[in-house]
Design a protein around this ligand. Structure first.
Ligand SMILES: [Zn+2]
Length: 400
């Protein structure tokens, strides 16, 4: 273990002991004053001004190279990522809540750097990063690959439940997109993460009234990696997985509700952009995508998908049909496909609904209107009821 990591670990233990009795009123704030990212002698210096000292952990992640700083209970709301990003060597900055009790700051760097020094002096954290060879960087990354150890484990695939038969209650997993360090699209002071969580709760209540079992992948403003969302669905024994979004796209690209299924090839450029952006959000939040590679062998996945893909298509088609009847205003091509990672469960029919696009003023107005949301939720409910019946009948035919 490097001298630096030892220093951090010791510091971590020392501070952790003293911070156990913290309550929310003692939440530390990140202060604009004293918070900066700048170039320094070929390297990068990060400074974070805090209202009080808190325990923190630092880690480096690869592909792309990132510095991850996790803090105990820091409120980032007073700080703007743009104000932070003053270094040419930093390509992106993200910060926000991670899981309850922890928040995160991530710098995406333009190449390999290693942590040369780190110290919390008073209420000011200063981290110095020096350029490094690929080998040196790789060595440090492997030491620090525990950055997300508190999040749900993506591996361990339990046997899927038997296919729904239209008799037992349908298990629906609703997946409000984004959250925590990843706010999603933002317009006029509204965050996609908040809007889709609110909608998911309303839809959950509506579905429960029909007797369905409903699980949310997140029920708070926390960060859940894409792969963990699938793990949650599988653990719940989901019969259907519905990811809910309201992204933003460049002007004129999109308005109206759109339903996506998974495909390698995107049906249009907007879908490709959206799928890539969601993967990037995970990277920027500090997820190591490589860690998920060998959950299930590709062959097994492909076999399962052969059965699941038409069921996902059927669900998506039914949702579009019901939305046409209900809300009416859909995207000009409401039924699309793209490479969304969150739809990759091989054994669970999965769709992603863009309820609307926050970049469209009309869509944003709809998303903020409880009456419109109620009609949209009812359309999804009716589609699920119809799909469950048709899907069960289909299963019956397959068994004969
Ligand atoms: Zn989104």
């Amino acid at each position: 273990m490097s001298r630096f990591l030892k220093t951090v670990c010791v510091l971590w233990l020392a501070l952790c002991g003293g911070a156990q009795a913290q309550d929310l009123s003692a939440l530390a704030r990140a202060e604009p004053e004293g918070s900066v990212v700048r170039d320094s002698f070929g390297g990068i210096v990060l400074e974070v001004g805090l209202s009080q000292p808190v325990p923190y952990k630092l880690a480096l992640l690869a592909a792309p190279p990132r510095l991850v700083a996790d803090f105990r209970e820091v409120d980032w709301r007073g700080l703007d990522a743009d104000a932070f990003d003053l270094s040419d060597r930093v390509e992106a900055v993200a910060m926000g809540p991670l899981i309850p009790g922890w928040s995160r700051l991530v710098l995406q760097m333009d190449g390999p750097y290693v942590i040369e020094a780190a110290a919390l002096t008073g209420t000011n954290l200063r981290v110095e990063l020096a350029p490094a060879s690929a080998e040196d960087f790789a060595a440090k990354v492997s030491l620090a690959q525990t950055a997300l150890r508190d999040l749900p484990e993506p591996a361990q695939v339990p046997a899927p439940r038997t296919r729904q038969d239209g008799v037992r209650p349908l298990v629906v997993v609703l997946d409000p997109g984004h959250g925590g360090i990843d706010p999603g699209a933002q317009r006029d002071g509204h965050k996609e993460a908040d809007l889709v969580l609110g909608f998911a709760r309303e839809l959950r209540d509506m579905l429960r009234r029909t007797g369905m079992d409903v699980v949310l992948t997140r029920d708070a403003d926390i960060f859940v990696p894409l792969e963990s969302r699938i793990t949650i669905a599988r653990a719940a024994g989901a019969d259907a997985f519905i990811s809910l979004h309201a992204d933003a796209l460049p002007e004129g690209h999109a308005s109206g509700a759109t339903v996506y299924t998974l495909s390698e090839e995107s049906s249009d450029i907007a879908g490709k952009l959206l799928a890539e952006r969601h993967d990037r959000s995970d990277l920027l939040a500090g997820v190591d995508l490589n860690a998920y590679d060998d959950v299930v062998s590709d062959v097994l996945m492909d076999l399962a998908r052969l059965e699941t893909a038409p069921r996902s298509d059927q669900l998506a088609d039914t949702v579009v049909a019901q939305m046409r009847v209900g809300v009416g205003n859909l995207h000009k091509r409401p039924r699309q496909s793209a490479g969304f990672s969150v739809l990759k469960a091989p054994d669970i029919p999965s769709i992603l609904i863009e309820l609307g696009f926050m970049s469209s003023p009309r869509d944003l107005e709809h998303l903020l209107d409880p009456v419109w949301r109620g009609v949209m939720a009812a359309a999804i409910r009716d589609a699920l009821l119809q799909w469950a019946q048709e899907d069960a009948a289909q299963a019956g035919l397959l068994r004969q």
